[in-house]
Design a protein around this ligand. Structure first.
Ligand code: FMN
Length: 192
C-alpha cells in the first residue's frame, strides 16, 4: 500500500489539525498515512510520498518543518511531495487581498520581508513539490504565546488588526486538496 508521510510544524495546533485531516482523507481514499510533527525522529526511509506543512509566523515557516525539508532534501526530491502553508487570517491588515496566496502568507519574493519566502523558494527548487497550497489558519488570543517574538507582536497596538481571532480553516478545501493528492498517487477506490 502506498505510504504517505504527512509532516507538520504547528505552534498552536491549527496546522496539526489540517495535517490530521489530510491524513484521515488519505486513509479514507485507501492510502496508508502517517501524520507526525516535524522533529528529528521522523523517519522518511519507507515513505512513498510526502505532505509537509507549517504554520506561518511573521512571514516564515516554523524552524522544525524548515529543518525537516532541508535535512531530507534528497529523499523528498526523489518522491512525490506536496507543501502547504497554514497562515493567513482573513481580514488581517497584513493581507494583500488574496491575489497571490503565497505572497499573502510568506511575503514578497524580493526586498524587505522576503527572507521567509526565499527560504521556501530555495527548498522548493531542491525538492520539486507538486503543489504548495496556502490554507487560511486559526488564531485564538486566549491561547498564550509560545515564543518571545509572538509575545512581542501580540503586544503591539496594531496586532488587533493584524491578528483577527477565529478559526478560518476551510475543511472542504483541505479535504478536496487531500483527495487530489490521493488521486495523483493512484489510490485504489475506497470500499463503501
Ligand atoms: C504572532 C503571529 C504572527 C503571524 N504571522 C503570520 C504571517 O506572517 N503570515 C500568515 O499567513 N499568517 C500569520 N499568522 C497566522 C498563523 O499562521 C495562523 O494563526 C496559523 O493557523 C498558526 O498555525 P499553528 O496553530 O499551527 O501554529 C500569525 C499568527 C500570529 C499569532
Amino acid at each position: 500500500m502506498t505510504k504517505v508521510l504527512v509532516v507538520h510544524g504547528s505552534r498552536h495546533g491549527g496546522t496539526r489539525g489540517i495535517a490530521e485531516r489530510i491524513g484521515a482523507v488519505l486513509r479514507t481514499e485507501g492510502l496508508e498515512a502517517v501524520v507526525a510533527p516535524a522533529d528529528g525522529r521522523v523517519d522518511v526511509s519507507d515513505a512513498d510520498a510526502f505532505v509537509v506543512g507549517s504554520g506561518v509566523y511573521m512571514g516564515n515557516w516554523l524552524k522544525e518543518p524548515l529543518d525537516f525539508l532541508d535535512r531530507n532534501q534528497a529523499a523528498l526530491g526523489a518522491r512525490p511531495l506536496w507543501l502547504f502553508s497554514s497562515g493567513p487570517l482573513p481580514g488581517s491588515t497584513a493581507s494583500k487581498g488574496g491575489q497571490d496566496p503565497l505572497a499573502d502568507a510568506l511575503g514578497p519574493l524580493e526586498g524587505p520581508g522576503s527572507g521567509g519566502r526565499r527560504k521556501i523558494v530555495e527548498l522548493s527548487a531542491a525538492t520539486h513539490p507538486r503543489d504548495h497550497r496556502v490554507f487560511p489558519g486559526a488564531f485564538d488570543p486566549a491561547d498564550p504565546p509560545r515564543a518571545m517574538s509572538e509575545r512581542l507582536v501580540r503586544m503591539l497596538p496594531v496586532s488587533k488588526g493584524l491578528l483577527p481571532p477565529g478559526d478560518f480553516r476551510n475543511w472542504d478545501d483541505i479535504e478536496a486538496w487531500a483527495r487530489g493528492i490521493a488521486a495523483t498517487l493512484g489510490a485504489p477506490v475506497a470500499m463503501a
